[in-house]
Design a binder for this molecule. Structure first.
Ligand SMILES: [Fe+2]
Ligand SMILES: [Fe+2]
Length: 377
C-alpha cells in the first residue's frame, strides 16, 4: 500500500565525524527529506526536545556516549521509543551488528556505505513507520466506533427492559405505579449498603450493583401472562386465583429464558434476572431449601417488593408509613427475610424510596400477619 507523505519527514543524523554528516545530509536532502545533522548525543537530545524526528541515523563510536547506550535510552523514553533507529558504523563484525539489534535498532549499515543502500533502507523503515501509524489511527477510530455502538446497545437494552416493566405496571392496579422504579432504586441501595460490609464486600461488585438495578425491574414480568381479572380484582384473592397469580414466577422465567441466546447460554445479567423472577416470592426459611437456592439478588428484590407493597395502598389495607413497614419487616427477620438484609434496610431507612400515597398507617399499629400481603405485590 502506498502512503502519501503530507509533510516532509525529518531525519536526525548523529555522528561525531563532520564529513560523514555532510555526505549523509546531502543524500537525504536530495531525496526530499529534511536532514538534521548533530555531532553528539548532547545535541541530539536538544534536537529531539525541539521536534521529534521520524527516523534516527546513529553512529556507534562517539566520544560522549556510544550509540548502543544512547539507543537504549531512546527506547526507554515514551516519546522516542517508536522512532526507528538505524545504526551507521565502521564496526563490521557480526557481534557489533547483533548488539545494535539487541539494544533496539531496526537496521545496521556498515561504513563506507553506498548512497543508494542508505536511501533504500531509510525509505523502507519510513514506509513501515507510516503504515503502522495509519493502522494505529484506524484502530483508534474503530475502537471509538465499537464503544459507541456498545453504549447504544446497552441503552437500548435498558430501554427495552424498562418498557417491559412499564407494560406490567400499565396492566396493574393504579396504586402499583412506580412499583418497579422503587424496587430498582431500593435494590440498588441495599446492594450498595451490603457491598460496604466485610461479609459481602467480595460478593457484591460494582457490576452486581449496576445489574440488579436493571434486572429488579423485570421481577414481575411474568404478570403479563396472568389474567387481568385476577390482577385487578378488588378484594382478596381466592385459592385458585392465588394459584394463577403464583404462576407469574414461572411465566417470568419463560420470558427471561426466551431473551437468551440458546447457543451461547445465559449471560450473567440474564442469569441474575432469571433468579429474581423465579424466586422473588420465596421465604428465607422455606423448608428444605438451601441459601444457594434462594440467590442473593432474589433475596434483595423479595424484601424490596414487600416493603413497596406495604407502603402502597391496597383494597384491603392502607399504606404503611416507612417506619411501620420497616417494623413489620423487622418482625419477620430470619423467618421470611434474610436477617442481613433487614439489618441493612433498617440502617438505610432514610434513603429508602417510597411513593407518597397520602394517608398511611402509623408505626404504632400492630404488625400484620404475613398473609396480609397477597401475591399481587
Ligand atoms: Fe411478584
Ligand atoms: Fe412486585
Amino acid at each position: 500500500m502506498e502512503f502519501k507523505r503530507v509533510e516532509k519527514d525529518n531525519i536526525l543524523l548523529i555522528d561525531d565525524v563532520t564529513s560523514n554528516l555532510i555526505t549523509l545530509s546531502e543524500i537525504i536532502r536530495n531525496e526530499g527529506y529534511i536532514a538534521r545533522p548533530v555531532k553528539s548525543v548532547e545535541y541530539a537530545m536538544r534536537a529531539i526536545d525541539a521536534e521529534l524526528p521520524r527516523i534516527i541515523l546513529l553512529d556507534v563510536t562517539m566520544p560522549d556516549m556510544n550509540g548502543y547506550d544512547y539507543c537504549r535510552i531512546l527506547k526507554k523514553d515514551i516519546r522516542t521509543r517508536n522512532i526507528p533507529v538505524i545504526f551507521i558504523s565502521g564496526l563490521t563484525g557480526a557481534k557489533d551488528r547483533i548488539r545494535g539489534f539487541e539494544c533496539g535498532g531496526v537496521d545496521y549499515i556498515t561504513k563506507p556505505c553506498e548512497n543508494l543502500e542508505v536511501l533504500m533502507r531509510i525509505n523502507t523503515h519510513l514506509k513501515e513507520y507510516h503504515m503502522q501509524k495509519n493502522l494505529y489511527m484506524r484502530n483508534q477510530k474503530l475502537n471509538i466506533l465499537v464503544s459507541k455502538q456498545l453504549q447504544q446497545l446497552e441503552t437500548e437494552r435498558i430501554n427495552l427492559i424498562t418498557c417491559l416493566a412499564n407494560l406490567c405496571e400499565d396492566r396493574d392496579i393504579p396504586e402499583s405505579y412506580h412499583h418497579s422504579d422503587n424496587i430498582a432504586a431500593n435494590s440498588k441501595l441495599i446492594a450498595t449498603g451490603l457491598s460496604l460490609t466485610p461479609k459481602y464486600e467480595k460478593v457484591i461488585t460494582n457490576n452486581f450493583i449496576e445489574m440488579i438495578e436493571i434486572a429488579a425491574r423485570l421481577h414481575d414480568v411474568g404478570k403479563l401472562a396472568v389474567s387481568e381479572k385476577v390482577i385487578l380484582k378488588k378484594g382478596k384473592l381466592g385459592s385458585k386465583e392465588n394459584e394463577q397469580m403464583y404462576k407469574h414466577c414461572e411465566e417470568g422465567l419463560k420470558i427471561v429464558e426466551s431473551l437468551s441466546d440458546n447457543g451461547a447460554g445465559m449471560n450473567i445479567f440474564l442469569s441474575m434476572a432469571k433468579d429474581i423472577v423465579t424466586y422473588h416470592h420465596r421465604r428465607w426459611d422455606e423448608g428444605g431449601h438451601t441459601r444457594k437456592e434462594f440467590p442473593l439478588p432474589a433475596r434483595i428484590v423479595a424484601i424490596c417488593d414487600v416493603f413497596d407493597a406495604l407502603t402502597a395502598p391496597r383494597i384491603y389495607k392502607k399504606p404503611y408509613s416507612k417506619k411501620a413497614a420497616l417494623k413489620a419487616i423487622k418482625a419477620y427477620s430470619g423467618t421470611i427475610f434474610d436477617p442481613d438484609l433487614v439489618d441493612i434496610m433498617l440502617r438505610l431507612e432514610r434513603r429508602l424510596v417510597v411513593t407518597d400515597h397520602g394517608m398511611h398507617v402509623d408505626d404504632d399499629e400492630y404488625i400484620p400477619e404475613w398473609q396480609i400481603l397477597d401475591l399481587r405485590r
